[in-house]
Design a protein around this ligand. Structure first.
Ligand code: B1M
Length: 235
């Protein structure tokens, strides 16, 4: 489509399906302001923040990922797309984060050493907060010492680790093994996630569970926390 034609598109005049497809295109092109506008329009039309996240933003990012893999997009373009995605998430965050909900437990979360991908991890943190968990977000590129220090400082219940690269996912095992050596592994529920992981990997490294996406992370965390509370009540 030519620039002139693109200028003609008025997002508010598109129906929902067209708007979502246009947002996928805008994410692909790294158009931050258009993504912000699209998110606001969908909110005004009564879409839930979660539906906007999954159908307009996460689904759009999948196309970016496929073309990045196939050498059609390169790092600078993907960074622009990531910034546009973050701008959309920024609008949705306060809407996903309920206020006054009883606290379900505390989670320390971070992307592992060597890895700077943080969109998925941020999404998990947002959804967990929305479900009533307290979150200490350690950001990206975390060595084992940072995870352990934060877990102890926060007296956390859950450790969440994210990795998006096949080269960084083995670091999760380094963290868990170090916790075992220190005799603190069983003090925490350990949840792991990220696109290249799967259940088998989660089991193999000794995590409590692999979480396919942010919604699964919330459900898994809730179920482990209720088991923990039941055990405490029985003791
Ligand atoms: Co990168 N990158 N990247 N990248 N990047 C991938 C991961 C890749 C699959 C692209 C591809 O080739 N198709 C590929 C990895 C290949 C591999 O390892 N086999 C790749 C590569 C190769 C690289 C570089 C090496 C490229 C280079 O420099 N040559 C480089 C590495 C830098 C580094 O980390 N050291 C790099 C850099 C980048 C950018 C900086 C440009 C940018 C990151 C920006 C940012 O995050 N701030 C980027 C991006 C954006 C991607 C893709 C396109 C999108 C990732 C994303 O945000 N997805 C990605 C392609 C892809 O994944 N298909 C790709 C959306 C997000 C919502 O999904 O993160 O999967 P995801 O999170 C989900 C679940 O996985 C789960 O829940 C989330 C929400 O539902 N989840 C958890 C995630 N973490 C969890 C933690 C939990 C629970 C669930 O804890 C409890």
């Amino acid at each position: 489509m030519s620039d002139e034609q693109e200028d003609d598109i008025i997002l508010a005049e598109l129906d929902d399906d067209e708007l979502v497809l246009q947002m996928h295109d805008d994410l692909y092109d790294g158009l931050k302001e258009e993504i912000e506008e699209g998110v606001n329009i969908l909110l005004e039309r009564g879409w839930t923040p979660y539906k906007i996240l999954t159908e307009a933003l996460v689904a759009g990012m999948k196309v970016v990922g496929d073309d990045f893999r196939d050498g059609i997009l390169f790092v600078p373009e993907v960074l622009l797309a990531a910034n546009a995605m973050k701008a959309g998430m920024f609008i949705l965050k306060p809407l996903l984060v309920e206020t006054g909900a009883p606290k379900m437990g505390k989670m320390v979360i971070g992307t592992v050493k060597g890895d700077i991908h943080d969109i998925g991890k941020n999404l998990v943190a947002m959804m967990m907060e929305g479900a009533g968990f307290e979150i200490r977000d350690l950001g990206i590129n975390n060595p084992v010492e940072d995870y352990i220090a934060a877990l102890e400082e926060e007296k956390a219940d859950i450790l969440g680790m994210s990795a998006l690269l096949t080269t960084t996912m083995p670091y999760m095992k380094v963290v868990i093994d170090t916790m075992k050596e220190k005799g603190i592994r069983d003090d925490y529920i350990i949840l792991v996630g990220g696109a290249p992981l799967n259940e088998e990997f989660g089991r193999a490294i000794g995590a409590d569970a692999y979480c396919r996406d942010a919604a699964v992370a919330v459900e898994t965390a809730k179920s482990f926390m209720s088991r923990k509370h039941n055990r405490a009540a029985e003791a």
